[in-house]
Design a protein around this ligand. Structure first.
Ligand SMILES: [Zn+2]
Length: 448
């Protein structure tokens, strides 16, 4: 896909006809209306998306047109008939690392596994400059934009309480610079041990407040693992976030150790505190090592605490059970189906891209879904699980008016139209896409 040529004005759409949206987007009224053509069946209802001032005005079952009125409509500027093609809201990449990305080519040999990747990254970090970080992160944002991403979240490594990393300033500035093209959230990724002192914990929380003053969308983060487990430090982290009205986005139990207890502890503390902000927990691989009854209890606390889970299938496959010259036996995926069945918000995302943690990746959330569907044997990839790469509202702050579900009336008309994918085979054949941002069609099309 390419950006529209500068000499040709970007078409502003006011009507997208015959779009096949996933079931989770549609209201009950629309779902109950059979397709007027009778060809697609009640589960394949197509809709018309009405757009006004760059926002969704309403979604209605596809109108029935005569041949003459169809020709007349098609000739109107701002009308795009997508002829039953699959359409998703703008994509969300809920978990990335723009500070570390695209460093792999200069690292030499990287030994397998999460802890070796961390060691390799620490050596490379000594060479980082503002220019280097900005160039790599900007390339990543361009790739995301090409994929149809309208909301991306990045973590940013912190390793000392008193020193703000160079990348934090760069990423906050990029969030402001890119705000008209996509939403860039930032999370300071801090080892749990740095929260051991309550005064330090407060200082780390203050850094998030300052970042939100540069541009909204910053959350407090942490890396929680059995190698650094410290319940007092977790208590400090959560009390500071609660007191300062911060949202949390935590790396939790990214390991196969059944004794890992980060997720359970976070959920229990959130309930005890009456935590009011959004809590996002990423990875939680160790949940799959628990017994079924232990996992069920933990998931109930997660649900009660209103926690969003983010699964990172590509990096889990690369980093978990990783030993040189040995085929991995375990794949590290958390219990996504059990969580979804209980009504817990579950997202999938890219995580690391072409750095020591993960050699592959392209800032296309469809990659994560492509791996996640066979890995977790996910049913209804389009109608149900596409939520995992679209639900911006599952990341939004509970301290401000919560973001509405994508494509609700009044929300931005950010859309991705898939030229060749079918709902039965989704997400296969999803590479050919048209992007609509704020009602503007960004790609040239032969459909119009
Ligand atoms: Zn991560």
């Amino acid at each position: 896909m390419s950006e529209p040529h500068a000499s040709s004005p970007t078409p502003a759409l006011h009507l997208i006809q015959n779009a096949r949206l996933p079931r989770w987007v549609l209201s009950d009224d629309v779902l109950r209306t059979p397709s007027p053509s009778g060809q697609l069946g009640p589960n394949n209802t197509t809709v018309d998306i009405h757009i006004e001032h760059g926002c969704v005005k309403r979604i209605s079952p596809s109108a029935v047109h005569t041949k003459a009125s169809t020709r007349a409509l098609a000739a109107q500027a701002g009308v795009l008939d997508v002829q039953g093609r699959l359409v998703l809201p703008g994509l969300v990449d809920a978990h990335t690392h723009l500070d570390k990305t695209l460093t792999l080519s200069r690292l030499g040999e990287v030994k397998p596994g999460l802890l070796n990747a961390i060691e390799s990254m620490m050596k490379d970090r000594a060479k980082w400059s503002v220019k280097d970080i900005e160039e790599r992160a900007s390339t990543a944002l361009h790739w995301a934009l090409e994929s149809g991403v309208s909301h991306i979240r990045t973590h940013c490594d912190w390793w000392e309480v008193q020193t703000t990393p160079l990348a934090w300033g760069v990423l906050n500035r990029l969030a402001a610079d890119w705000s008209k093209r996509l939403q860039l959230d930032r999370v300071n990724l801090i080892p749990l041990t740095l929260f051991a002192n309550p005064t330090d914990a407060l200082a780390l929380g203050q850094a998030v407040i300052e970042a939100n003053e540069v541009h909204p969308g910053a959350s407090l983060g942490g890396f929680i693992h059995t190698i650094n487990w410290n319940p007092e430090a977790l208590g400090n982290l959560m009390r500071v976030a609660h007191a300062l009205k911060l949202d949390l986005d935590l790396h939790v139990d990214e390991e196969l150790n059944p004794l890992a207890c980060g997720l359970e502890s976070i959920a229990r503390q959130a309930l005890a505190l009456g935590f009011q902000g959004r809590i996002v927990c990423a990875h939680t691989c160790a949940l799959a090592q628990k017994t079924d009854s232990e996992a069920q209890s933990i998931l109930q606390w997660v649900k009660d605490a209103g926690i969003t889970l983010v699964s990172l299938p590509v990096t889990n496959m690369i980093l978990q059970d990783a030993v040189t010259l040995r085929t991995p036996r375990q794949r590290g995926l958390t219990l996504v189906k059990e969580a979804q069945a209980m009504g817990i918000p579950v997202m999938v995302a890219s995580d690391n891209v072409q750095d020591p943690f993960c050699s592959v990746g392209s800032y296309d959330p469809m990659d994560a879904l492509n791996y996640g569907v066979p890995l977790a044997q996910l049913p209804e990839a389009f109608d149900l699980w596409s939520q995992a790469i679209c639900r911006s509202d599952w990341l939004s702050s509970k301290h401000t008016p919560s973001a509405p579900k994508p494509l609700s009336p009044g929300s931005p008309a950010n859309l991705v139209i898939f030229d060749k994918a079918t709902h039965q085979g989704f997400p296969s054949r999803s590479h050919d896409r048209l992007r609509v941002r704020g009602g503007l069609l960004l790609d040239k099309t032969s459909l119009a």
